[in-house]
Design a binder for this molecule. Structure first.
Ligand SMILES: [Zn+2]
Length: 301
């Protein structure tokens, strides 16, 4: 008995086969065709599914899909901001047609990351959990009362678009001052450059982290600004959802102490209510496979 799990994002399409304990026994990864039309992107997903099904040799009993969002669970569609060819793309039905005869369940990639960490990673034992990814964007998903919380359309947990700065920088969502527009890797790099950080043209978040770790004051300020925004968002979401744990993964989270120490300091300043005293913030454990593991979990719930 294997679950076929999919993790579909703007840069890669991954398929996995998970055993009943959530262990990935097989993984296939393909790049997402960039700027491609809907059917071309689907072609890559379909080929990835075919590879996994071949390896499974008929043992697949359920399918879970984690897709970049927004999605719409009512229609089973995906319109990922970073896959421009897909707008209202009927992802659930297409996957169901490619893997006939088994149940297929769709969820957002942030939700699947949170579920994966809750099942087999840093979130084990925590039943009110926010899973977050801080990388080129800021994404997230909620597990509340031990079960995935999808919201009305499947998009609950889009914590990157919690507004933390009135009149702040413009965001990819069309709004302003969202935490993603301040704390994502590219946003921190953009702010650092605008304030005089002199780095080579191609330098990114990793270089900024290295500079901050090396004591560059401007890079340190950029990180502090990002972590302050994240702390404000986490304190707010923590209070709204009465959370006990926040798990953070993604490229920026890999900068370790540089992120977590100032974040915990600021959080202690913002989250003052008694019921938030035990709110912990920890690094993710599953890395890139969290989304696949969570999609497998989603399929069997
Ligand atoms: Zn936004």
């Amino acid at each position: 008995m294997l679950t076929l799990c999919l993790d579909i994002g703007g840069t890669k399409i991954a398929a996995g086969l998970a055993d009943p304990d959530g262990v990935l026994v097989h993984t296939v990864i393909r790049p997402t065709p960039s700027g491609a039309a809907a059917e071309q992107v689907w072609g890559a997903v379909d080929a990835t599914i075919a590879d996994a099904l071949h390896a499974a040799d008929g043992a697949v009993t359920a399918v879970g899909i984690g897709s970049a969002g927004p999605i719409d669970l009512r229609e089973g569609t995906a319109s990922p901001i970073n896959i421009k060819g897909w707008r209202g793309f009927p992802l659930r039905d297409r996957v169901a047609a490619a893997v006939p005869g088994v149940p297929v369940r769709l969820g957002g990639d942030g939700l699947c990351m949170a579920l994966g960490e809750h099942w087999r990673g840093a979130g084990r034992g925590a039943d009110f959990l926010l899973g977050m990814v801080v990388s080129t964007g800021v994404g997230g998903g909620l597990v509340l009362g031990g079960v995935p919380y999808t919201g009305r359309t499947g998009n609950a947990g889009h914590v990157g678009h919690v507004v933390v700065e009135d009149g702040g920088p413009p965001c990819t969502c069309g709004g302003r001052g969202c935490v993603e527009a301040i704390a994502s890797g590219p946003s921190m790099v953009r702010w650092a450059r605008a304030n005089g950080w002199s780095a080579p043209p191609g330098a990114g978040a990793r270089d900024l982290a290295a500079a901050a770790a090396g004591g560059d004051p401007l890079a340190e300020r950029a990180f502090r600004r990002g972590t302050t925004a994240l702390a404000a968002m986490i304190a707010s979401v923590g209070a709204v959802c009465d959370l006990d744990l926040v798990v953070i993964g993604g490229g920026v989270a890999n900068s370790g102490r540089l992120l977590f120490e100032p974040l915990r300091e600021k959080l202690a300043e913002y989250a003052r209510l008694d019921f938030l005293a035990g709110l912990r913030v920890v690094p993710a454990e599953l890395g890139d496979s969290a989304g696949l593991v969570g999609a497998a979990r989603l399929a069997t719930l």
